[in-house]
Write a protein that binds this ligand. Structure first.
Ligand code: ZN
Length: 253
């Protein structure tokens, strides 16, 4: 690996951490219906304006040990998770993906959705729409550049297939059990993922997410948590976490 490649990966990680700082703010503010456009410019608890040093992603969290220096309010692991996660996504996209920029845009959106679903069991419709729109845009550009309209056709089939699969599963479950088994945000999420990954990618995502769900349930069981049929695991988190590596992997073929 040449020095220029390493430099690119480091630069991507820094950009990712900055994006992650915004994702962390979004994670905190979206559920409260507050604007995220201002970024993390002030403490969410006491409103103290953050100094430039306190705005440095990851490092500021570590230096402040996850609390506001003025009021002592916890900044929370979520903020650090979003910053480190977005930096990792950017570095890995730069190092491994054939489409680094697309992989970053996809990964950052999936990260925010995954964290929102894990924390609040909530997949905001505008965010899944944005994921779908950016996927359609990327596929259109790619199809035009390679003069291969089939790329776009496959993306659209993937989108419809992803949505329909989970929607039908949800309907079937409701018929059988008489209650809702899937969150209403899951079919649109897999539909948006299908636009990015195509129909085969939807199947792979479902497989990997199911295995991931079983692994998480196994770990919870080993730690003494009782798993019942209706224990809710955030399906959106599992789908998002599965979809990103599959997108990067698909690019190699
Ligand atoms: Zn504060």
């Amino acid at each position: 690996m040449g020095a220029d490649v390493v430099l690119l990966i480091v630069a991507a990680a820094v950009l990712g951490a900055i994006i992650g700082s915004f994702l962390g703010a979004a994670l905190e503010r979206l559920p409260e219906g507050r604007s995220v456009l201002t970024g993390r410019s002030a403490c969410d608890s006491c409103g103290k304006a953050l100094t430039p040093v306190e705005l440095v992603p990851v490092l500021s969290w570590l230096v402040q040990r996850g609390v506001c220096r003025s009021c002592g309010a916890a900044i929370g692991w979520w903020q650090l998770g979003a910053e480190v996660g977005a930096a990792l996504i950017a570095a890995l996209a730069m190092a491994l993906s054939v489409f680094p920029l697309a992989a970053m845009v996809l990964g950052w959106q999936l990260l925010l959705l995954a964290l929102l679903d894990a924390r609040h069991m909530w997949l905001p419709r505008p965010l899944t729409l944005l994921l779908a729109a950016s996927g359609a845009l990327f596929m259109t550009l790619w199809a035009m550049q390679g003069r291969e309209p089939m790329i776009l056709v496959e993306a659209l089939i993937g989108g419809a297939f992803g949505f329909a699969t989970l929607w039908l599963l949800g309907q079937g479950y409701e018929r059988l059990r008489g209650r809702e088994g899937l969150g209403g945000g899951d079919p649109p999420l897999l539909g948006a993922i299908g636009l990015w990954l195509g129909p085969l990618g939807v199947i792979h995502t479902l497989l990997v997410a199911s295995l991931g769900g079983l692994a998480v349930a196994g770990v919870l069981h080993l730690r003494g948590r009782r798993i019942e049929a209706d224990t809710a695991l955030p399906l959106g988190t599992l789908l998002a976490a599965a979809a990103w590596p599959i997108f990067v992997w698909q690019g190699w073929f």
